[in-house]
Design a protein around this ligand. Structure first.
Ligand SMILES: CC(=O)N[C@H]1[C@@H](OP(=O)(O)OP(=O)(O)OC[C@H]2O[C@@H](n3ccc(=O)[nH]c3=O)[C@H](O)[C@@H]2O)O[C@H](CO)[C@@H](O)[C@@H]1O[C@H](C)C(=O)N[C@@H](C)C(=O)N[C@H](CCC(=O)O)C(=O)O
Ligand SMILES: Nc1ncnc2c1ncn2[C@@H]1O[C@H](COP(=O)(O)OP(=O)(O)OP(=O)(O)O)[C@@H](O)[C@H]1O
Ligand SMILES: N[C@H](CCC[C@H](N)C(=O)O)C(=O)O
Ligand SMILES: [Mg+2]
Length: 484
């Protein structure tokens, strides 16, 4: 590709650029080489400008930067290197988003579930769809591993190209606030975008809820239609700042465009009547929890807006299966129930506990921790919601990453002002063993925070850790007693 084509629609200075062929683009000097343009990104830990000289030494023919770096190669100067990087990556892969009908879902909780439901609705109705998100990326028949909820620009555009090349009509994706703040999806236009909710998380990165909201708002200046959960406190701001048309959904207000009535929350799913598009239909999905009402409303509103007939959408919802690690029941063969869930924010933990309380016949036992190297301010709040929402808590580790597990727990405990007694068992495997050994008849034991993850990150190392396997291993050695 010619350098000029890589820079299509990128505003830059730095003088006339020589015409040359480029073979790649990277923001990581360790991947630089002949023909590969190096983009300098100032980060939290390092500044890419400091690596321009080594990229040039490795053979990079040009650097894209905010300022002169002194590297002996032509400089393409821009005001925002993350933005320029995203646009260049789109150009490099031939702007694959233009061959796809793009749908983005943003919000603190519910993105993975909503995108998965929407993909299933579209596919059920014969529309081949790619999926980009936390658990996995899918391109037609290909299943590709996911490392971030929203990939970085190079991997993202490469993935979109694969999705388009595989003959998909739609790309349904999670758009994280990190991605929006870092312009990872710049250059893409979305036919529809969903706002699920905004509650506390990621303040380590965004610092304030205002910045977090501002990041989410960006998506609604990049789409034709916004689909907004008006039961969320931040919905008015999303609608006020949106540069697109909006439709609304709500489980509370019957004047929203899509609503739910006669809601029945059961231990094996939810049922309700959806009212939307001047039609009414029965919804039944095998995913329990009040938030299943929201996630199905969001997916249905998006699908109808994309042209799938209402009746077909509801028919598709009847077929959906659950999402891995989202309120997933683990078979135990005992007289208590174990549920794995990805609740790792205060709001998600509060809602899952409330949902479980709604169908629990016995005690609700919450086993949880908080991720290391992530928002510290959410830790005591998670302690508070667990202490108030469960009958018994087991405070343990999530992914401690580079933090001391006990220090994370020490941040959680001051929030635990609720009536629930608790124990602290820092090792998660031992904590699960404690939970299972002490489980009583009809208890529901919630293993919160790790959901689909099959690893635990301790230090910088990822250790295999699949809670389904851990539960099975512990139960194998645990005598059955007191069961009827
Ligand atoms: C908090 C966050 O988003 N961090 C991202 C950020 O890292 P950073 O600012 O620390 O980058 P840095 O290490 O200082 O490096 C700056 C630049 O120097 C370059 N560099 C660095 C070293 C070197 O030798 N040579 C070199 O060129 C780096 O490639 C980079 O371009 O910029 C990096 C480069 O773009 C990202 O890889 C990194 O994401 C990391 C992997 C991450 O874990 N992000 C998570 C928190 C994330 O994005 N999560 C969201 C949200 C999930 C959710 O909603 O739950 C997601 O979408 O997954
Ligand atoms: N609509 C919702 N509102 C509040 N909580 C929800 C909702 N949907 C799911 N949850 C809770 O949040 C957890 C994570 O759900 P999901 O994976 O769908 O969200 P996500 O936004 O993709 O999360 P992440 O930001 O980590 O990718 C679930 O396991 C459940 O406990
Ligand atoms: N995408 C989220 C996932 C958190 C999952 C939880 N298990 C944790 O490690 O905190 C993050 O990186 O903040
Ligand atoms: Mg997700």
């Amino acid at each position: 590709m010619k350098l000029q084509n890589l820079l299509r629609d990128v505003s830059y200075t730095g003088g006339a650029l020589p015409e040359f062929e480029i073979t790649g683009i990277t923001a990581d000097s360790r991947k630089a080489g002949p023909g590969v343009v190096f983009v300098c990104i100032p980060g939290e830990r390092a500044d890419g400008h400091d690596f321009a000289a080594s990229a040039a030494a490795a053979g990079s023919p040009a650097v894209l930067a905010l300022r002169d770096t002194g590297a002996p190669v032509p400089h393409i100067l821009v005001k925002d290197t993350r933005l320029a990087y995203a646009l260049c990556c789109a150009n490099f892969f031939g702007r694959p988003a233009e061959r796809l009908r793009m749908v983005g879902v943003t919000g603190t909780n519910g993105k993975t579930t909503t995108t998965t439901l929407l993909k299933e609705i579209l596919e059920y109705n014969g529309h081949k769809s790619g999926l980009i998100g936390t658990i996995v990326n899918m391109a037609g028949g290909k299943t590709l591993p996911s490392h971030l909820t929203t990939p970085e620009p190079y991997e993202f555009q490469q993935l979109l190209k694969t999705i388009a090349d595989e003959g998909c009509e739609f790309a349904v994706m999670e758009v994280s606030s990190h991605a929006l703040a870092q312009e990872r999806v710049a250059g893409c236009h979305f036919e529809a975008a969903v706002f699920t909710n905004l509650t506390q998380d990621h303040l380590d990165f965004h610092k304030t809820m205002e910045n977090y909201l501002e990041a989410k708002e960006k998506l609604f200046s990049m789409c034709d239609l916004g689909i907004v959960n008006v039961d969320d406190d931040y919905a008015p701001e999303i609608i006020r700042t949106a540069k697109c048309k909006t439709v609304t959904y709500s489980a509370r207000y019957m004047n929203a465009d899509y609503t739910a009535r006669n809601i029945k929350l059961k231990n094996d799913g939810v049922e309700y009547e959806m009212v939307g598009n001047a039609l009414i239909g029965r919804v039944s999905v095998p995913i329990p929890g009040a938030f299943s009402v929201y996630n199905t409303l969001a997916a249905a509103a998006a699908a109808v807006s994309l042209g799938i007939p209402f009746k077909q959408v509801l028919e598709a919802l009847h077929q959906v299966k659950g999402v891995k690690g989202r309120i997933e029941v683990v078979p135990t063969g005992r007289n208590f129930t174990v549920i794995i869930d990805y609740a790792h924010t205060p709001d998600a933990l509060e809602k899952i506990l409330k949902s479980i309380r709604g169908f629990a016949k016995g005690r609700v036992v919450a086993l949880f921790g908080c991720g290391g190297d992530r928002d510290k301010t959410k830790r005591p709040i998670m302690g508070m919601v667990a202490g108030r929402g469960a009958d018994f808590c087991i405070v343990t580790s999530d992914n401690p990453r580079t933090e001391d597990p006990q220090a994370i727990i020490d941040d959680i405990l001051p929030g635990m002002d609720g009536p629930a007694p608790y124990v602290v068992v820092p090792n998660r495997r031992e904590a699960i063993a404690y939970a299972l050994k002490n489980a009583q008849k009809d208890d529901i034991v919630l293993l919160a925070g790790k959901g689909h993850e099959d690893y635990q990150i301790i230090g910088r190392e990822k250790h295999h850790f699949d809670e389904r396997e851990v539960v099975a291993e512990i139960l194998r050695c645990l005598p059955v007693h007191g069961e009827e």
